[in-house]
Write a protein that binds this ligand. Structure first.
Ligand code: CA
Ligand code: CA
Length: 494
């Protein structure tokens, strides 16, 4: 077996302008809209041109001033609050809270219901990594605490595994479930692989087996059976970070960005987490800035759908999924300057939905009202349940050739699919599940889509370079180049 992690870069260079949750970037201009639907809120900047990574308080206890970080400013503010308590009356205290954006919930750093000097000490201990535990609000909105001495990490599915790599934690990962385990030659060095156990199916875990692994923390993929996992896996902090729904239309307000930043505090990699979050936001802004310059009438119409369980894998299936506004696939379409067919099909429901299922006849009739210019078909081969989906071709980081995907593509566009006759089959593409199931939000896929469907507008965007930067710089995997390695997107002329 070959291995891409021969030269792992553990000495991450931090961006020089980085500074605890506030990133100064020299970009002029602000957002605004491209029609009522398809609005992306671009990065909000202060009067000084600084960027906030979160539009709401980072939900880590100790964040007394309600910004995007926990730092010495929070400790000082809690000291001032305690001191004010002894001299001010209640209306003066209300003014203090309002004037300082004082977050009375998060200021209680040890979450014991009282704000006192112990919280000041806890904040400083969080900052210098001396705290025994950290309290935070998880991706489901529930209070949790985690021990900070973390040596043995379990990570579920691609997003959590890749986030751990981004934060430089590969040496501490001791268990992943089946899907990332099958990617081990891509993710891990041979030495790291020797430490890693396959958790197999974490949708319905084998609890005695998981307990034997003595994990300090388990990053869970989704919040179903979250409480059961916490109860049954003894002595392990089970945490749902909330990476599942990135919501690039309002990433600063999303659990996705919050989850990345919270992981920085859990694992002692705050600068790295902030660097990654800011890269996602900057890349999103770059793409959205281009998309908004394209006149609505010029935007190609795009169907974001999937290959398995659909009309595209078997014409006997009469329905197809249409990914809508709130799904990362729908958002990638918008970041690439596409008009999502779901908008005209579903009206108001489009903006509220992850996906809907339509009869194929409604998508591919000949009335020209629903003409589709491009189709992108998302694929998942290895599921969270530890299964392999039948009929889905090999794709992604470790795919070694295009044989299987070429056959699948021929199937998807074959003459049996008579309703596709009005389309150029080369405008149908199969896309790797990695785009949606990793922790990149919609930005990687959005860059690819923009370059394909609006090449002149996205002429300065180099999707392969963005993807390689993600792999080489953020995942820390050297000797990998998406121009020659892996299979991520396919049509006949690819
Ligand atoms: Ca703060
Ligand atoms: Ca307290």
């Amino acid at each position: 077996m070959f291995n891409f992690r021969q030269n792992i870069n553990t000495n991450y260079g931090f961006v020089l302008f980085m500074n605890r949750g506030i990133i100064a970037i020299a970009v002029a201009g602000l957002l605004i809209t491209a029609g009522v639907i398809g609005v992306f809120f671009l990065t909000q900047k202060s009067a000084k041109g600084e960027v906030n990574l979160t539009s709401r308080a980072l939900e880590v206890y100790g964040n007394a001033d309600g910004d995007s970080d926990v730092d010495e400013n929070d400790a000082k503010l809690v000291e001032r609050y305690i001191s004010a308590l002894s001299t001010k009356n209640s209306s003066e205290m209300e003014k203090f809270v309002a004037d300082n954006n004082f977050n009375t919930k998060l200021a209680d750093a040890n979450n014991d219901g009282v704000i006192n000097s112990q919280d000041v000490a806890q904040i400083r201990a969080v900052v210098n990594r001396q705290a025994e535990r950290l309290w935070l609000v998880d991706g489901s909105g529930a209070d949790r605490s985690v021990r900070l001495n973390i040596q043995r990490i379990g990570a579920e599915y691609y997003a959590n595994t890749e986030l751990c790599l981004i934060l430089g934690l590969a040496d501490k990962i001791v268990a992943v479930d089946n899907a990332p385990y099958l990617y081990k030659d891509f993710y891990f060095t041979p030495a790291q692989q020797a430490n890693i156990t396959n958790l197999v199916n974490m949708n319905t875990p084998d609890y005695p087996f998981v307990n034997e692994l003595d994990l300090d923390i388990l990053l869970t993929f989704y919040n179903t059976s979250y409480d059961v996992k916490q109860e049954k896996i003894i002595g392990t902090d089970v945490i749902y970070l909330g990476l599942y729904n990135p919501d690039m239309s309002n990433a600063e307000g999303s659990n996705f960005i919050q989850g990345i930043l919270k992981a920085g505090y859990i694992f002692g990699a705050v600068d790295r987490a902030e660097e990654y979050a800011s890269w996602v936001l900057e890349t999103r802004d770059k793409l959205a800035d281009i998309a908004k310059t394209i006149p609505e009438a010029e935007k190609p119409t795009v169907l974001m759908s999937n290959y398995p369980n659909s009309y595209f894998i078997s014409p006997d299936t009469k329905t197809a999924t249409v990914y809508c506004y709130t799904d990362p696939l729908g958002q990638a379409c918008l970041l690439g300057g596409g008009k999502n067919i779901g908008q005209s099909l579903y009206g108001d429901e489009y903006a509220k939905s992850l996906s809907k299922v339509s009869q194929v006849d409604a998508l591919f009739n000949d009335d020209n009202l629903t003409a589709i210019d491009h189709i992108f078909l998302h694929m998942v081969k290895y599921t969270y349940g530890g299964t392999v989906v039948a009929g889905v071709p090999d794709h992604g980081y470790l795919a070694q050739n295009e044989d299987e995907i070429a056959t699948a593509w021929q199937n998807a566009v074959s003459s049996d699919h008579t309703l596709l006759v009005d389309m150029d089959p080369n405008d149908v593409r199969l896309i790797a599940g990695d785009f949606r199931n990793g922790p990149t939000g919609a930005v990687l896929l959005g860059a690819y889509i923009g370059k394909i469907i609006n090449p002149s507008y996205y002429s300065d965007i180099d999707p392969a370079a963005i993807h390689n930067h993600y792999i080489n710089h953020f995942l820390g995997i050297a000797d990998y180049d998406v121009k020659t390695d892996g299979v991520f997107m396919y049509h006949l002329d690819a």
